[in-house]
Design a protein around this ligand. Structure first.
Ligand code: ASP
Length: 320
């Protein structure tokens, strides 16, 4: 499937020149809706992906991003994020404990420092130094869910009502966004509170360039969501973009990532990974290990959700 590497500046053929936005999960629709008017009025892809991330970070009903996200095993919240427009233009923060808009903070790391990633206290201190207001990240509902989890009760009753085994009800729904603007520039962002009830100190794929997010104008962009450990094992987003840079279609790139994860990890039924790949010309594809994932799409045809084109294990149970 992987073909000869084209010269790095070679544009891909076909596709559309009008703006497009893609985001993970159904709550990505709200972010696309917020960002789309400015993007279609000539705004930048970077502004659009950060605006979409902010929307999920603010939404208390999204329990794996920003305020309302579920804490770690000790009851503490930590947020991770990454933004990227190319291999030399990337910023990230991880284990942020006191600031909500971590995608914006990652952008500040990218634009105002010579570094790529700031972690923990250093990331919070960086935000303080820039005058970013502190936020309470742990919502009352998330704290209650954590208390239930500590006592062995189902943390999220609504999912439990479906009768799934308890381990199946743990959500993992990073907001990952990719956009192309009218100047044909691409940007990506992702923002997450990470896996719920994770070990304190655990950092997943989302803030790490090449794992949860990768953008290379020579190949395209990719964002991943799901069990970060599986994504990190194959450098999932980098792999998807590199496949496209070597000539694969977005669909082939997504399938390659999912097959590599499947081969390496033999994922268990409750483990989900989903990935979206966007070529520089606007062609895109999404795929997932199993049912439950949807992609939010904003393009000339409107703003909507679509099912992934590829589900590797359609016969296994859904996560939703
Ligand atoms: N990939 C994220 C992580 O492992 C979780 C998610 O997608 O919700 O931290």
């Amino acid at each position: 499937m992987v073909q000869m590497i084209p010269p790095i500046s070679q544009p891909m053929a076909g596709g559309s020149t009008s703006p497009i936005m893609l985001a993970t999960w159904s709550f990505g629709v709200a972010g696309c809706t917020d960002a789309w008017p400015a993007l279609t009025a000539g705004g930048s892809a970077l502004d659009a992906v950060c605006a979409a991330a902010r929307r999920a970070e603010l939404d208390p009903t999204v329990n794996s991003v920003g305020y309302g996200g579920l804490p770690d095993a000790t009851g503490r919240m930590s947020l991770d994020a990454c933004v990227m427009t190319g291999p030399a233009n990337c910023g990230a923060v991880c284990a942020v404990a006191h600031h909500l808009h971590v995608a914006d903070l990652a952008r500040m790391v990218m634009e105002r420092t010579s570094h790529v990633m700031l972690a923990g206290n250093g990331a919070d201190a960086f935000a303080d130094a820039l005058g970013v207001a502190k936020s309470q990240l742990l919502s009352a509902d998330a704290k209650d869910a954590w208390r239930r989890w500590c006592t062995g009760e189902p943390p999220l009753p609504s999912v439990d009502a479906g009768g799934d085994p308890r381990e199946h009800q743990i959500p993992h729904d990073t907001i990952g966004v990719l956009a192309i603007d009218s100047q044909r520039h691409m940007a990506g962002a992702c923002s997450t509170s990470g896996l719920p009830f994770k070990l304190a100190g655990r950092v997943g794929d989302s803030p790490i360039p090449g794992h949860g997010l990768y953008v290379d104008p020579a190949g395209g962009g990719a964002v991943a969501t799901g069990n970060g450990e599986l994504i990190m094992g194959v450098s999932g987003s980098f792999l998807a973009v590199e496949c496209m840079r070597r000539g694969a279609t977005p669909g082939e790139a997504v399938e390659e990532v999912l097959h590599r994860i499947d081969h390496a990890f033999h994922p268990r039924a409750h483990q989900q990974v989903a990935i979206i790949a966007l070529a520089p010309d606007g062609r895109w594809a999404a795929g997932a290990l199993r049912y439950g994932f949807v992609v939010a799409v904003a393009d000339a045809a409107g703003i909507r959700t679509e099912l992934p084109q590829c589900v590797l294990h359609p016969q296994k149970e859904s996560l939703e």
